[in-house]
Design a protein around this ligand. Sequence first.
Ligand SMILES: [Zn+2]
Length: 52
Amino acid sequence: MTIRHHLSEQLLMAYAAGALPEAFNLVVATHVSMCSECRARLGSYETLGGGG
Ligand SMILES: [Zn+2]
C-alpha cells in the first residue's frame, strides 16, 4: 500500500487536540498507524497539548 499524501499539520494538530469529527479521527489514526513520519509529527503535537 502506497501513501500518496501525508496528513496536513492542521489535521494533525486538530487530531492531537481531539477536535476532529469521528470520521476524520479514523482517517488520521489509520494513516499514523502506517506512516512513521506522520506518527512522529503527531507525537510532537501531542506533547504540545499534553499540559505537561
Ligand atoms: Zn504520513
